[in-house]
Design a protein around this ligand. Structure first.
Ligand code: KIV
Length: 278
């Protein structure tokens, strides 16, 4: 079944969990779509896991469009959300709407995601007024890593918990149709989830959220530069891949690959004629 803003909203109303994974390319998109994942996120985490940056700050609009369009070509039913990269929506509301439009037109996204709460309400409102669905992202927002002084759990004090509650309400009020909550204590995420009518998608926010998202390289055990506490590895694909690479290396060196069944044949007499002519 094709997922839309309506089917995703209904999932919350019916108490059905929403699944979301990050995705950055065509092949993975086809696999995740056929597995029935509800939402794919072309996250700016591609800066870390695809491009090797230490954070998401350097990711550009062109990076996001390039990967979003590739994912869009691989999906049929999954709902595609693409991240607005750092400084593509913070300078002015007008620029934010224009860039959100580019992610839809050139990146073929079905919605955009941007980081920030109350301070982004006007921007979210303007983007949704342009008929572009918005997913908000509050809590630990990686584009603010320098302002936070590191990747830290948010909402642990009364003041910061209150700020998160008002951020969640503000983005809903502004028109966001869903909100990602990252690195938020489970009980606080549960409280916020109960207060909102839009779905909450958690990452490091406990299991009471309406849905969950993970970076696919993390959940497949492919990315070992660092492993946040909230990551569960649902497979050891990285180890499997390394084993296959080593077996390939050995087979080529030993001359056992390619074998006859991997090679194209030619009649012997053609080779004989070739040799006779030279
Ligand atoms: O960029 C990303 O992958 C994200 C998720 C961590 C939610 O924003």
């Amino acid at each position: 079944m094709k997922q839309t803003v309506l089917t995703l909203t209904e999932k919350k109303q019916h108490g059905e969990k929403i699944t979301m994974l990050t995705c950055y390319d065509y092949t993975m998109a086809k696999l995740m779509d056929s597995a029935g994942i509800d939402m794919l996120l072309v996250g700016d985490s591609l800066g870390n896991v695809m491009l090797g940056y230490p954070d998401t700050i350097s990711v550009t609009m062109e990076d996001m469009i390039h990967h979003s369009a590739a994912v869009a070509r691989g999906i049929q039913n999954t709902f595609l959300v693409t991240d607005m990269p750092f400084m593509s929506y913070q300078v002015s509301v007008e620029e934010a709407v224009r860039n959100a439009g580019r992610l839809m037109k050139e990146g073929r996204a079905s919605a955009v995601k941007l980081e920030g709460g109350t301070e982004m309400a006007e921007t979210i409102h303007a983007i949704t007024k342009a008929s572009i669905p918005v997913v908000a992202h509050i809590g630990m927002t990686p584009q603010s890593v320098n302002a936070f002084g590191g990747f830290k759990v948010q909402g642990k004090t009364l003041a910061s918990a209150k700020k998160l509650v008002s951020d969640a309400k503000a983005v809903q009020e502004a028109g966001a149709f869903a909100v990602v909550m990252e690195c938020v204590p489970a009980k606080l995420a549960e409280y916020i989830t109960q207060k909102l009518t839009i779905p909450t998608i958690g990452i490091g926010a406990g299991n009471a959220c309406d849905g969950q998202v993970l970076v696919y390289q993390d959940m497949l055990g492919m990315f070992e530069d660092y492993r946040p506490k909230f990551v569960k590895q649902f497979g050891q694909v990285g180890a499997e891949m390394k084993k296959a690479f080593q077996e390939y290396q050995q087979a080529v060196q030993e001359g056992t690959f390619p074998a006859k069944e991997h090679s194209y044949q030619i009649p012997e007499e053609i080779i004989t004629l070739l040799e006779n002519e030279s």
